[in-house]
Design a protein around this ligand. Structure first.
Ligand SMILES: *Cc1c(COP(=O)(O)O)cnc(C)c1O
Length: 408
C-alpha cells in the first residue's frame, strides 16, 4: 500500500498542467497513471451507507450513474474548458441529445446555424421536431439572421465554430449576448478547436459541447462526448437525465480520452502549424481555385477566428479545384483523392493520421445539389484533416493527383 497518496493540487495551475494532472485522487496503490476502473457496481460497507450513497449522486453506486475513471475525465475536461463541471457521454451526438432533453420541451424553439454537423441538424429538426420542438436554421455568419429568428419560446442557441468543411467562424461573444437578451442559453460545439485553442465559456457560452471522438482522443480509437458548464445545469439538470436514460461513457473509452488530453495542447498546436503549411502550399497550386482555412488572411473571418482560437486555425481545411462543370469537378476531386498513397480516405477527423474526404458525396451526400450549392459545397471541394505525418509527405501525396490532373 502507498503511504503517500497524492497531495491536493495547489490553486492557480496553468491549463497545460491541469491537462496532465487533474483527476480523482489515486487509489491506495498510488498509481501515477490514472487507473481504469472496469466495474459496474461498488460494494458498500453496510445497508445504511448504501442507502445514503443512493440518495447522493456524487457517490459511486452503479456505473450508469458514475464511475471513477469517467469522473476523472469529467474533472479534467471542466478544468480545461474553465467550467464548474462536465458530464461525459457515449458519443458527441449523445451529448447533444442530453443537452436537448435537458433544455427543451414541446413548444420550445431553437436557433441553430445551418452549417453545423449534419447529424446535429437531423437531431433538432427531425428527432426533436417529432416532440413539438421547432428549430430555425440560420446563417453561420450573419448575426442579423439569428436575431430575426428569436421568438418568445426560444430556449436554446446552438452554434459550432469553425464549421465542417468550409471552416466558417461565428462570433461566440455576440451570440452569447444575443441569447441571454432573449432569455435563452448558448451552447457551442467546440469539437474542432478543443479547449487547447478555444474556450467558449470565457466568451459567454453557457454550455460547451464536445465530440471527444475527434481531437481529444486524438488517435482515432474511441467514441466519446461531453457537455461542460455550470453545476446548476451539469449536476442538477443533465446528471439526473443521464442516470435515467443511460447515454453513459464506457470507462475504457473515458480512460483513452483522459490519456489523450495529456497531449492535446501539443497535438493541436503541431497539427494547426502543419495545416497552415499545407493551406499555404495549396494556395500556390495552379489547379486549386480556393482554400478555406481560418489562419489564411484570405479567410473571410480571419481576424475573428484568430482572436477566438488562440491565433491558431485548427487542423481541418478544405479546398476547391478549378473545373468548368460539376462533373469535371467531381472527376478531378476523385482523381486527387484516389492518387493519395499516405493520406487515409475516410470520413473522420481528429486523428494523428491525415484524412481526406469528398464532402459532396459523403458527409453532405444526403443533401440535394441545390442545397449543397447554397451551402458552398461543390463537387470540386475536398476536405483534409491534417495529421502528424511530415508536412512534406502530406503535400507530396496531394501533388500526386494535382500534378497529373490535366491528364486524368
Ligand atoms: C463528429 C462530430 C460530432 C458527433 O460526434 P460523435 O462522437 O461522432 O457522435 C458532432 N459535432 C462535430 C463538429 C463533429 O465533428
Amino acid at each position: 500500500m502507498s503511504d503517500a497518496p497524492r497531495r491536493p493540487l495547489p490553486e492557480g495551475l496553468r491549463r497545460e498542467t491541469l491537462a496532465v494532472r487533474t483527476a480523482l485522487a489515486p487509489s491506495q496503490h498510488g498509481e501515477n497513471s490514472e487507473a481504469l476502473f472496469l466495474t459496474t457496481a461498488y460494494v458498500q460497507s453496510d445497508a445504511e451507507t448504501s442507502a445514503r450513497k443512493f440518495s447522493n449522486s456524487e457517490d459511486f453506486t452503479y456505473s450508469r450513474t458514475s464511475n471513477p475513471t469517467v469522473r476523472s475525465l469529467e474533472a479534467r475536461l471542466a478544468a480545461l474548458e474553465g467550467t464548474e463541471a462536465a458530464i461525459a457521454t457515449s458519443t458527441g451526438m449523445s451529448a447533444i441529445l442530453l443537452l436537448a432533453m435537458g433544455m427543451l420541451k414541446a413548444g420550445d424553439h431553437v436557433v441553430c446555424s445551418r452549417s453545423v454537423f449534419g447529424s446535429t441538424i437531423n437531431l433538432f429538426a427531425k428527432e426533436f421536431g417529432k416532440f413539438g420542438v421547432e428549430t430555425s436554421f440560420v446563417s453561420q455568419t450573419d448575426l442579423a439572421e439569428w436575431q430575426a429568428a428569436v421568438r418568445p419560446s426560444t430556449k436554446l442557441f446552438f452554434a459550432e465554430t469553425p464549421t465542417n468543411p468550409l471552416t466558417e467562424v461565428c462570433d461566440i461573444r455576440a451570440l452569447a449576448d444575443m441569447a441571454h437578451a432573449a432569455g435563452a442559453i448558448l451552447a457551442v460545439d467546440n469539437t474542432y478547436s478543443t479547449p487547447a485553442l478555444q474556450r467558449p465559456a470565457e466568451m459567454g457560452a453557457d454550455i460547451v459541447m464536445h465530440s471527444a471522438t475527434k481531437y481529444m482522443d486524438g488517435q482515432g480509437r474511441v467514441m466519446a462526448g461531453a457537455l461542460c458548464g455550470p453545476n446548476k445545469l451539469i449536476r442538477d439538470v443533465f446528471g439526473p437525465i443521464l442516470r435515467t436514460v443511460g447515454m453513459t461513457l464506457a470507462p475504457f473509452n473515458a480512460w483513452v480520452v483522459l490519456k489523450g488530453l495529456e497531449t492535446l495542447a501539443l497535438r493541436m498546436k503541431a497539427q494547426s502549424e502543419q495545416a497552415l503549411a499545407v493551406a499555404r502550399w495549396l494556395e500556390a497550386q495552379p489547379q486549386v481555385a480556393r482554400v478555406y482555412y481560418p489562419s489564411l488572411p484570405s479567410h473571410p473571418q480571419h481576424e475573428l477566428a484568430m482572436r477566438q482560437q488562440s491565433g491558431q486555425g485548427g487542423a481541418v481545411l478544405s479546398f476547391d479545384l478549378k473545373a468548368d462543370t460539376p462533373d469535371a469537378a467531381r472527376a478531378a476531386a476523385f482523381h486527387v483523392i484516389d492518387s493519395t498513397r499516405v493520406i487515409s480516405i475516410a470520413t473522420n477527423l481528429g486523428d494523428t493520421k491525415s484524412i481526406i474526404t469528398h464532402p459532396a458525396t459523403t458527409s453532405h451526400g444526403r443533401l440535394t445539389e441545390a442545397q449543397r450549392l447554397s451551402a458552398g459545397i461543390g463537387q470540386g471541394l475536398i476536405r483534409l484533416a491534417v495529421g502528424l505525418e511530415h508536412v512534406d509527405d502530406i503535400c507530396d501525396d496531394l501533388a500526386r493527383g494535382l500534378s497529373t490532373l490535366n491528364h486524368a
